[in-house]
Design a protein around this ligand. Structure first.
Ligand SMILES: Cc1cc2nc3c(=O)[nH]c(=O)nc-3n(C[C@H](O)[C@H](O)[C@H](O)COP(=O)(O)OP(=O)(O)OC[C@H]3O[C@@H](n4cnc5c(N)ncnc54)[C@H](O)[C@@H]3O)c2cc1C
Ligand code: SF4
Length: 507
């Protein structure tokens, strides 16, 4: 048990007049939101539970575990400094931890902001925990349901425009700032040549970090902060050095720089160290200085008030069973290269998985157009792929991974969330990244020994799913492209070869 008070001091720190136990999950780490918004050190005992299930239940990336645990312990320490009675409990499960808290504090009611996953909600509800509305997002869950119920298709763009108006962000009266809702046409540039990327922050480690790292037997890296002060520093660094150029290169990938102009804020917004309203307020203050191009400001705002809120809304709206979809009947096992990229000759996957192993993060294009695209076109089972994505990313939680993978990444929901699958061949990867230079495979080739697996499998995927997609106007043109291929039999043969090699770990 960490920081447990000696028995004889306990009375001093657990005054008998405590009225409530406030349970703080590891993704509610904000003093001003959730149950802490109304907390009173005189009446409320604060409890955090580090459950064994959370740490050892799966093959979690240790950078992720380090980040989550160290952030929670720093947060507990800060609350103690403020005068709260805080119990940081290690237990087999969250419920065991709460039972231990009751033993210490007596039969007090336990309060918690609504948890961020179906599973935890169910477990806590069953245990009799009183929920408060989850205000770690900008959109109350009932408001999202109201929006979704009024839609024929759940287009993010429609939701995003409503958000801009409702939250009054980048608006000139009723008109969007800059005259357009969306500046994507100005963005999506490939990586620039000889570009000087600004440096990223390195976060120094303190005694709490070192203690956590030691327990995890992990040599913690310095990519991620584990305190609110560090998270605020990261926000400031983004606004100073990256915000202005965020838009143009948001879809680019280069081996010369691992983060480009991305904000690296998702871990902190997701575990509560930063609230999205603070991020937006700071971004708008910076924009008001007048030197941030609207295309970059809009692109960033879209991510925070659009995508992030939409994904959370859809998670709750679509329900618990949504994660089980496998509409394309993809049943191949997760290939070995996702856990050991050293042997693959595919530069793009080798480099992406190695980056994840190093820092538990890659940006949205490697997640979507390299990892998910590959899982989609090679027919990897969506649930196996989802489990892997949940385990390896620092910012992964259920609410965000399930819709992003099942709906956006591998189209396993048959189009409930996205109107078309994000399938692409090597040509896309060759245009948006520098991975193909020097790769054993050739992105232009779809047959032959050095045919790019993405290119071959892209055509094979369209061929295998022709009947499902030929009437989908957003992808029908790509499907019709099959008719122009004079080597479809060769593509099918090469696809079989690739899938066999993939299974054997020889690709
Ligand atoms: C298949 C797939 C899986 C993903 N899994 C996760 C995940 O587990 N956790 C996660 O936070 N994001 C996830 N994303 C979204 C996105 O890739 C990450 O939020 C982003 O890469 C985090 O880096 P950043 O903070 O530098 O983001 P930036 O590019 O700087 O974007 C700013 C912020 O926008 C938000 N955002 C943007 N897109 C999304 C989105 N699709 N869903 C939710 N938030 C979004 C994030 O909070 C992010 O910090 C996923 C995307 C895809 C395609
Ligand atoms: S050629 Fe194909 S496998 Fe190689 S890096 Fe490019 S897209 Fe990836």
């Amino acid at each position: 048990m960490t920081w447990e008070y000696p028995e004889n001091l306990r009375q001093l720190h657990y005054p008998s007049e405590m009225k409530r136990i406030l349970y703080i999950p590891f993704d509610h780490l904000h003093r001003d939101y959730g149950v802490l918004a109304t907390a009173d050190p005189k009446n409320d005992a604060v409890v955090l539970v580090e459950s064994k299930r959370m740490c050892s239940g799966r093959n979690w990336h240790r950078e992720r575990l380090f980040f989550l645990i160290s952030s929670a312990r720093h947060f507990a320490a800060a609350l103690k400094d403020e005068g709260f009675t805080v119990e940081y409990i290690k237990a087999a499960t969250t419920i065991d931890g709460l039972a231990a808290a009751k033993k210490k504090f007596g039969e007090l009611p336990i309060h918690c902001a609504e948890p961020s996953s179906f599973r935890q909600s169910e477990a806590l509800k069953k245990y009799g925990v009183t929920f408060h509305p989850n205000d770690f997002f900008l959109t109350p869950r009932p408001l999202f349901v109201e929006w979704a119920q009024g839609q024929k298709s759940y287009l993010m763009e429609n939701f995003y425009r409503k958000q801009r108006v409702r939250l009054n962000v980048l608006m000139n009266g009723s008109k969007p700032e800059g005259g357009e809702w969306n500046f994507d046409k100005d963005n999506r540039l490939p990586p620039p040549k000889n570009y000087k990327w600004p440096k990223y922050l390195s976060h120094e480690r303190d005694a709490i970090d070192e203690e956590v790292a030691k327990e995890l037997k992990y040599d913690a890296k310095k990519y991620w902060a584990t305190t609110r002060a560090g998270a605020l520093k990261q926000l400031d660094n983004f606004l100073k050095h990256h915000f202005a150029n965020f838009g143009p290169y948001e879809d680019a990938v280069t081996t010369e720089n691992w983060a480009l102009h991305h904000s690296l804020l998702s871990p902190y917004i997701n575990n509560g160290l930063l609230h999205p309203s603070e991020v937006i307020a700071a971004a708008m203050k910076r924009y008001a200085k007048g030197d941030i191009p609207i295309a970059s400001a809009e692109a960033f705002v879209r991510q925070i008030i659009g995508w992030r809120e939409y994904v959370n809304g859809m998670y709750w709206f679509l329900g618990e069973s949504y994660r089980e979809h496998n509409k394309l009947e993809a049943n191949s096992d997760l290939p070995k290269l996702f856990n050991d990229p050293s042997k693959t000759k595919m530069n793009c996957l080798k480099s992406t998985v190695a980056d994840i192993q190093e820092r538990s993060w890659v940006h949205h294009i490697p997640r979507l157009m390299i990892l998910s695209n590959f899982a989609l076109i090679s027919g990897i089972n969506p649930q196996q792929f989802l489990d892997w994505m949940r385990e390896v990313f620092i910012d992964a939680t259920d609410w965000v991974m399930v819709p992003n993978v099942i709906g956006m990444g591998v189209h396993a929901d048959g189009g409930i969330m996205m109107t078309k699958p994000y399938a692409a061949g090597g040509a896309y990867i060759s245009r948006m990244t520098n991975h193909c230079k020097g790769c054993f495979f050739d992105p232009k080739k779809r047959t032959g020994e050095n045919a790019c697996p993405f290119t071959t499998l892209y055509w094979d995927f369209l061929d295998r799913n022709r009947s499902k997609f030929e009437r989908n106007h957003r992808i029908a043109q790509q499907v019709r492209g099959l008719d122009r291929l004079d080597d479809l039999d060769g593509v099918r043969e090469r696809a079989d070869e690739i899938l066999t090699k993939l299974e054997r770990g020889e690709l």
